[in-house]
Design a protein around this ligand. Sequence first.
Ligand code: UD2
Ligand code: MN
Length: 350
Amino acid sequence: MVTLAHRLRRVAIVFASILGTAYIILVLIALLNYNPRVKIGMPIIVDDAELPGAGTRCKMDPDLGPVKVDIYTKPCMEELERMNPEIQAGGAWKPPNCQSWQKVAIVIPYRDRLGHLKILLRRLHPMLRKQQIAYRIFVVEQAGTDQFNRGRLMNIGYAEAMKEDNFDCFIFHDVDLIPEDDRNVYLCDDQARHLSSAIDEMRYHIMYYNYAGGVIALNRQNVLKVNGYSNDYWGWGNEDDDFSARTLAAGLMLTRPPEHIGRFKMVRHLKADRSNHGNSYFFTWRSRWKNDGINAIKELNYKVVEKTDLPVFTNISVDIGHPPDEKTWNERNKNQESVTMLWFLRFYYP
Ligand code: UD2
Ligand code: MN
């Protein structure tokens, strides 16, 4: 006869083995998911006294910390000018009493978001001064009404900035992301430095390891090494993942500030519709990345419509051409080799 105690024991054993199996599966997933390409930390450059020339270089103020940011009221341009009298035309500045580690170009892809831009500029200028960084802000504006092409604007921003000065470091920056901590230093390291590691819209967490949207900093050599962004994503989505995949292929790590420092608020806006082709285009990133990037923008025949050194930023309005029609697009993408579904799933694994 089976006693109650017996039964309970059997239930307990079954229960324990289910829990045990689940535990082992979770551990296996965690191990498989261990991602050696992501490193959390601050760039060593800021406080490494051993680096050559460190003595004359700017030091980070140890008192920097979190700040309250205002993403609701918009200053007017005159107010921004008044708040930043020491800035040169074009939105450039360099520390007067020490040598900045790098010359930094901030590249902001832009169209029709003036309110966001003003909120961002109000925050960036004083922050960068506190961080003692030599910088200039480039707003690259897409002319016309075609779908937005964030990647192409980034590449053009790089090329146009290089005509102005030999920048060491490029920070590709969404117009609507407002940094919440002065310690999130706007300098490059020798990897792909993803500065927006914690965005309020995403509950201050990274959604997947390979996520590289928002704000990302690469030194000049690495921008060329990854061949910049793809030029051919029109409309919302995937160009940031394509960029992340390039950094992976070029052997770069993603480095991020810890989540309590890499905090950003995103100014609220309506979500754009996902582009028709983004996902299928992303599948062919590997066969395209060496030809479709910075090295291809000359052939795109983009035209600078207007370049103005405004008091608090450099405005570059560009005609970037048009998206291809459906037929051309299909033909172009059809002949490209795809990555596997497994690669795709692993890329997006959280
Ligand atoms: C996400 C990413 C962004 C990019 C985009 C996909 C975050 C925080 N940001 O942004 O980096 O990968 O998805 O394409 O995950 N823009 C304009 N005018 C427009 C449209 C876009 O100026 O009409 C610029 C602007 O700098 C904006 C950026 O492009 O911040 C990204 O576009 P979004 O803000 O509409 O898209 P969002 O927030 O989903
Ligand atoms: Mn946004």
